[in-house]
Ligand binder design. Structure first.
Ligand code: SIN
Ligand code: FE2
Length: 221
C-alpha cells in the first residue's frame, strides 16, 4: 500500500522545522524563522513602543490608516497630508526614533541571508499593529532612496492573509497566510512588487492577544 502524501511530507518536513518557500524569483517565505528569538524580541519591541508609541497616521488623501504605526532605527517611515517619506525624528516627540534593538537587526540580517541577500543592514524598522478588521491596501514600497536592498518582513500574533502581487496593481496576487514567527523577504527583481494585507480576522493569539504586529525592515537612506 502507498503511504499517503501526508505521511511523506511528515517524514521529510516535520511541522516544527522552519521551511523556506520560494514565492518569486527573488522572494522567499521563511516559515517560523523568528520563533527561536521571540522571547528576546517581544520585550525589545515593548521598550521601543514605550519610547515611540503607535499612532494612526494620515495619508496624503486625508484618510486615517487602520494600522497603528511606529518605527525604530535611524529612519522612520511617516505619512501626513504633505506626503509619504522617511524622517530621522519621530514627529510625535520631535526626538530621534528609538535605536534598533540588536535582536531586530540580527534577525533581519539572518532572514535576508537565508533568502540570498548578503550583508543586509537595515536602517529602518517600521512597526505596524493590526487589530481585527485592520488592513493594508495594495502598494509598492518605493519611498526608499534605493531599491538594491530587499524588504524583510516579520509577522507576530494573529494570522494574516498576505497579498503578493506583480508589478502592476491589477496583476494577479498570490494569497499567502502568514503566521506568528513567519518572515517574508522580497528583493532584487521582485523588490517593487505590489503587496498588501486583507482585513485581519477576529481572534486571540496566545502570546499577543487580539492583534497582529508586522515589522518591516528596510534600507531607506
Ligand atoms: C507593509 O507592507 O508595510 C506591511 C506588510 C504586512 O503587514 O505584512
Ligand atoms: Fe509594504
Amino acid at each position: 500500500m502507498q503511504p499517503s502524501n501526508f505521511d511523506l511530507f511528515a517524514e521529510h518536513e516535520p511541522e516544527q522545522q522552519p521551511r523556506r518557500e520560494q514565492i518569486g524569483e527573488q522572494s522567499w517565505l521563511l516559515r517560523g524563522f523568528a520563533l527561536g528569538v521571540i522571547d528576546q524580541l517581544l520585550p525589545a519591541l515593548n521598550t521601543v513602543l514605550a519610547e515611540a508609541p503607535l499612532r494612526h497616521m494620515v495619508t496624503p488623501g486625508g484618510f486615517s490608516m487602520s494600522v497603528g504605526t511606529s518605527s525604530c532605527g535611524e529612519l522612520g517611515w511617516i505619512t501626513d497630508r504633505s506626503g509619504y517619506r522617511y524622517s530621522s525624528v519621530d514627529p510625535l516627540s520631535g526626538l530621534p526614533w528609538p535605536r534598533m534593538p540588536s535582536v531586530f537587526a540580527e534577525l533581519a540580517h539572518a532572514a535576508a541571508e537565508a533568502a540570498g541577500f548578503a550583508a543586509f543592514d537595515a536602517d529602518s524598522c517600521l512597526i505596524n499593529r493590526y487589530v481585527p478588521g485592520a488592513k493594508m491596501s495594495l502598494h509598492q514600497d518605493k519611498d526608499e532612496n534605493a531599491y538594491s536592498a530587499p524588504i524583510v518582513s516579520l509577522s507576530l500574533g494573529l494570522p494574516a492573509m498576505f497579498l503578493f502581487g506583480g508589478f502592476k496593481r491589477r496583476d494577479k496576487q498570490q494569497k499567502i497566510p502568514l503566521l506568528h514567527g513567519d518572515m517574508v523577504v522580497w528583493g532584487g527583481v521582485d523588490r517593487l512588487r505590489f503587496h498588501g494585507v486583507l482585513p485581519i480576522k477576529q481572534g486571540r493569539h496566545p502570546r499577543l492577544g487580539e492583534q497582529r504586529i508586522n515589522l518591516t525592515f528596510r534600507v531607506a537612506g
